[in-house]
Design a protein around this ligand. Sequence first.
Ligand SMILES: *Cc1c(COP(=O)(O)O)cnc(C)c1O
Length: 398
Amino acid sequence: MRDALATVQNDFLGKKPLDLVESDPRQRAWVEVSPQAVEANVINLKRHLAKDCELMAVVKADGYGHGAATVARAASKGGATCLGVATLQEGIELRNAGVQAPTLVLGNITDVEDLRACLYWELMPTLSSQSQVEICQQLAQESGRKFLVHLKVDTGMARLGCDLKDVPDLLDKVYKCSEIQLKGIYSHLALADGDLFGEAARFTELQRQRFDDVLKLLPKGSAGISRHLANSAGTLRDRNLHYDMVRVGLSIYGYNPLNQVGEALTLRPALSLKARVTLIRDVPAGVGISYGHKFITQRQSRLAVVGIGYADGVLRALSNRIDVLVNGEKVPQVGSITMDQLVIDITDNLNLEVGEVVTLLGQDGKNRVTPQDWSQMSGSIPWEILCGFKDRLPRLVI
Ligand SMILES: *Cc1c(COP(=O)(O)O)cnc(C)c1O
């Protein structure tokens, strides 16, 4: 078998197929990312902040699927002064890509070697325990370098951060460690993307008050310590949550997690999802489409197969629910979405041909499909949809 294949390859006269794949990421299905959109979103978000309030661009999970380094550079251009990642590895990848901006690791790092790597790569860890502080002090002494860190306090998320009662001792400890420089103190909101009134508003205010109480424990004149609480939703819902810096993820990518905002804010989605038609077929009425025959044609129909599926991040739960955009028109997806293909009904858009591009997410003409549309139809959230796009999809920076 192998020898036969080798012969075939040696006899191949045309352009090597691999080169084709490498030179054209738009062969089958791909994600297009607009750094200009990210930059514009950061600029518009910054207008919403007080003059000296900083914006941290949260680029975890490969920049919410957009490409972390691309987003980091665009956000910096727009005025972001700090970056947020979830893991040490994500931080190192940014450094290796040449991104130098101050970067906070939002996840909890406890291992000595991991903290050593943080110091080496000049990534700021999030500390919430005495033992982490001790390790950082030790590492800083060994290396002769200051260790820049942020402290995290839990004010009502019950996930990361130290308990409120432990804050005084922890602060005390940090201030006794001369090699540790406290660059920030923060907490995270649990209900900020909820209702603007009612329980979400009440609890967000409670978290704000608890955070205020924590800040009173900081020594007088503690300049240079950035106090931050708000994610995208917190940033957009209430200026009293802004403090010295806001940590914005979703909204730098162009989405507003609140249904209503007090004032108009222009955000432009930075991502489009596109794929090509790979086959077109005509079928009579009464034909079952795809696995399980979850769609039956009601009329003589023309169907197009699109080369993208749930292995790329198009959730199977969206089967029979979404429209894709074809030449600016909405076209319904029909039948179960499969691992690598989905079917659309083009009976009313007959001039579509094999090889043409359809837009699954993004703008085409006056129509737009967003991750928020998909989340409403699948019981997901836009965050999950954005970071669900797999490596199999090339990212194309436009
Ligand atoms: C992910 C994350 C953010 C950003 O959240 P968005 O809702 O996407 O703006 C902010 N802070 C922390 C601690 C996070 O983990």
